[in-house]
Design a binder for this molecule. Structure first.
Ligand code: UDP
Ligand code: MN
Length: 570
C-alpha cells in the first residue's frame, strides 16, 4: 500500500484564513448592496451564467473540507496505481473557475500519479485566457495548454486533449470543478484492477450563486446513479436498494449512464473502445453514446463513493451553439441510429423532429456502425435487460392512441405538461399544438394509463381538480384506479375513479376535471400526430381496453369552466 507521504501532492495548499470567503466549501453571500456591486453581479451572471462576482471573491486555493465517509478516510490504496493525465477543456471559462479547477487538481492529487494537466482551449475569445493564462500556467510545471484554432465543441476538444496525453489513464474534468482530497486514488485503483472499468467521481453541486460546495457521504440511499430516458437525455435516480445485500460505503457502484464531464478511463481502453464519435457537434449526447458503448461492448461504468469532485451546475449555457438548437438532436439521432436497434422508434416517438431527415440529418454513420460490429457489441435489448431494466417502453400493441392530445373546441390547443425535465407533481397546461412532441406527447395505453414519458416515465393523475404528472406504477404493479382513463367513442377522456372528465379550461389555458357533459365541446379530445407520421394504433379503442364494463357517466346539464373559476396554473 502507498503511505500517506508517497501520496503527497506536487503543490501544498497554501494556508488560507479559515474565515475567508467560501472556505470549507461554505456559501458566500453578497452583502454589499451598492449599485456598483449589483451591476458587477449582474454582468457576471450575464457573461458566465453563474455568480462570477462570488467566484472571484473565493480563494483559488480554498479548502472544500473532507467529509468523506470513514470507510473512505481509512482506506489504503494498493500499489502500483497508474498515472493519469487530467484533461480540462474550456471555452471562455471565467479565470476564477478555471484556475480553481487547476489548483484543486494540483493540490489534491498525488504527485506520483499526476502525469500532467492538459488544458484545451476551445477557441476562447476572452482576453485574459490568452497570453496571461499561458504565462500563469508556465509556473505550474506540469500544466500544458493546447489551443484549438477554431471552435471544435466539447467532443472534439476532449479528443484533442486525449491525443496529447501521456498518462496511462485519461481523467476528464469540466473547467468549473473542485476536487476533494484523495479524489483520484479510488478511481485509479478500480482501473488498475480492470482497465475496462470507466469510473466517475461523485459529482457534488457547487451552487452557481453562492459557490457553496458540500460533500455528500456515501450513505447508500442518498447516492444517485445515472439513467437515461427515451428522449436520450441524462438524469439522476436513486439507486435500487437490495435489502439482502450489505452495502459498503467505499465500494464502487455501477451506473447505467454517466453525466459526461467528469470521468477516468484507461487511455488504451479509451481508444480501443472508439474514443468519441467525432461527428458529434458542440455539446450533448456524447455521454449517453459513451455509456451505451461501454456497457454494450464489454466494459463497465461506475461511480466511486470515495471520490468527490464539485461541479458548478448552470441553468443555461453561457456560450453560443454554432449550428443552432438542432445540434443536440443531430447528436442524439446518431446515438439512436447506431446503438438503439429497433428501440430507436422510442426516441423518434419522443422527438418526432429527429425522424424527418429534412429537419435533422444524422450524417454518415458507417464508421460507428462498423465500430459496433468490430467490437462485437451486444444489442440494446441486452442493455435494457441487464443494465437498466427500469427503462420501460410500452409495447406497440398496448398503445391505443399516441401523440398530441388536441382539444376539439378550437382545433388549436393541445395538452401540454410544460415539464421538459420530467418532474413529478407538475400541473397540466394547454398550449398551441406545435407538433414537436416533447411536452405534448402522450400515450393512452390498453391499461388506461395516459403516459407522458419524455425525460421520465410519468403518468397523468388528478390532484384535486387539476391533473398532474406522477410516477407510473405500471409495470412494477397493476395500474392504480387514479391512473386509469377511458377514451369514449365520442372523444371524452373519462376518469372513472373520480367520475369526472378531462376538460379544457379556455379561460386559463389549463386542463382539469369537471363533470362529464355529453355535448361539452371543451371535453372532446383527439389524439394524433402532426408530423404526418401515423402509427397503426388500434382504432376501436373501447373494444381494446382492459377496463371492462366501465362507461362514462354523463350529466345532462351544461358544464364548463366559468371565467371566474379559480384554477391553479403554474
Ligand atoms: N466546452 C467547450 N467547447 C464547447 C462547449 C463547451 O470546450 O463548444 C467546455 C466547457 O467550457 C466545459 C465543458 O466543455 O468545460 C462542458 O460544458 P458545460 O460545462 O457547458 O456543460 P454542462 O456541465 O453544463 O453540461
Ligand atoms: Mn459543466
Amino acid at each position: 500500500f502507498y503511505t500517506e507521504d508517497e501520496l503527497a501532492p506536487l503543490f501544498e495548499r497554501p494556508k488560507v484564513d479559515p474565515s475567508a470567503p467560501g472556505e470549507y466549501g461554505k456559501a458566500y453571500k453578497v452583502t454589499d448592496n451598492s449599485a456598483e456591486v449589483k451591476k458587477l453581479v449582474k454582468e457576471g451572471w450575464d457573461k458566465h451564467a453563474f455568480n462570477h462576482y462570488v467566484c472571484q471573491k473565493i480563494s483559488l486555493h480554498r479548502s472544500v473540507g473532507d467529509k468523506r465517509d470513514q470507510e473512505c478516510k481509512v482506506r489504503k490504496w494498493r500499489k502500483p496505481l497508474p498515472d493519469t493525465s487530467v484533461i480540462i477543456i474550456f471555452h471562455n471559462e471565467a479565470w476564477c473557475a478555471l484556475l480553481r479547477t487547476v489548483h484543486s487538481v494540483l493540490e489534491n492529487s498525488p504527485k506520483i500519479l499526476l502525469k500532467e494537466i492538459i488544458l484545451v482551449d476551445d477557441a476562447s475569445t476572452l482576453s485574459n485566457l490568452g497570453k496571461e493564462l499561458t504565462d500563469y500556467v508556465a509556473k505550474l510545471q506540469i500544466v500544458k495548454i493546447i489551443r484549438l484554432p477554431s471552435r471544435a465543441g466539447l467532443i472534439r476538444a476532449r479528443l484533442a486533449g486525449a491525443q496529447e496525453a501521456q498518462g496511462s489513464v485519461l481523467t476528464f474534468l469540466d473547467s468549473h470543478c473542485e476536487c476533494a482530497p484523495h479524489w483520484l486514488e479510488p478511481m485509479l485503483e478500480r482501473i488498475a484492477e480492470d482497465n475496462t472499468r470507466v469510473v466517475c467521481p461523485v459529482i457534488e453541486v457547487i451552487d452557481a450563486d453562492t459557490f457553496a460546495m458540500s460533500l455528500t457521504t456515501a450513505r447508500y440511499t442518498s447516492e444517485n446513479t445515472g439513467i437515461l430516458s427515451w428522449s436520450l437525455g441524462f438524469n439522476w435516480a436513486p439507486r435500487k436498494i437490495n435489502p439482502g445485500q450489505p452495502i459498503k460505503n467505499d465500494e464502487a457502484l455501477t451506473s447505467a449512464t454517466m453525466a459526461g464531464g467528469l470521468f477516468a478511463m484507461s487511455r488504451k481502453y479509451f481508444y480501443h473502445l472508439g474514443s468519441y464519435d467525432n461527428d458529434m457537434l458542440v455539446w450533448g449526447g456524447e455521454n449517453i453514446e459513451m455509456s451505451l458503448r461501454i456497457w454494450m461492448c464489454g466494459g463497465s461504468l461506475e461511480i466511486h463513493p470515495c471520490s468527490h469532485v464539485g461541479h458548478v451546475f448552470r441553468k443555461r449555457a453561457p456560450y453560443s451553439h454554432p449550428g443552432g438548437s438542432d445540434v443536440i438532436t443531430h447528436n442524439n439521432k446518431r446515438v439512436a441510429e447506431v446503438w438503439l436497434d429497433e428501440y430507436k422508434e422510442q426516441y423518434y416517438k419522443r422527438v418526432p423532429r429527429a425522424r424527418a431527415v429534412s429537419y435533422v440529418e444524422a450524417g454518415d454513420l458507417t464508421a460507428r456502425i462498423k465500430l459496433r460490429h468490430d467490437l462485437k457489441c451486444r444489442n440494446f435489448q441486452w442493455y435494457i435487460t441487464n443494465i437498466y431494466p427500469a427503462l420501460y417502453a410500452t409495447p406497440k400493441e398496448d398503445i391505443l392512441k399516441g401523440g398530441e392530445v388536441l382539444n376539439n373546441i378550437t382545433s388549436k390547443y393541445c395538452l401540454d405538461s410544460a415539464n421538459p425535465d420530467g418532474k413529478v407533481g407538475v400541473k397540466m397546461t394547454m398550449y398551441v399544438c406545435h407538433g414537436m412532441g416533447v411536452n405534448q406527447d402522450f400515450d393512452l395505453t390498453r391499461n388506461g394509463e395516459i403516459r407522458h414519458s419524455y425525460s421520465k416515465e410519468l403518468c397523468l393523475q388528478p390532484s384535486g381538480n387539476s391533473i398532474v404528472t406522477y410516477d407510473c406504477v405500471f409495470p412494477k404493479k397493476a395500474v392504480p384506479p387514479e391512473q386509469k382513463w377511458l377514451l369514449t367513442q365520442d372523444g371524452h377522456i373519462y376518469h372513472p375513479d373520480s367520475n369526472l372528465c378531462l376538460t379544457y379550461n379556455i379561460h386559463h389555458l389549463s386542463a382539469g376535471l369537471l363533470k362529464c357533459v355529453k355535448q361539452g365541446t371543451s371535453q372532446i379530445w383527439v389524439f394524433g400526430h402532426k408530423d404526418g407520421y401515423q402509427e397503426d394504433y388500434q382504432v376501436d379503442v373501447n373494444a381494446n381496453y382492459t377496463m371492462d364494463g366501465l362507461t362514462a357517466n354523463y350529466t345532462d346539464q351544461e358544464v364548463a369552466y366559468e371565467s371566474t373559476d379559480q384554477v391553479d396554473v403554474i
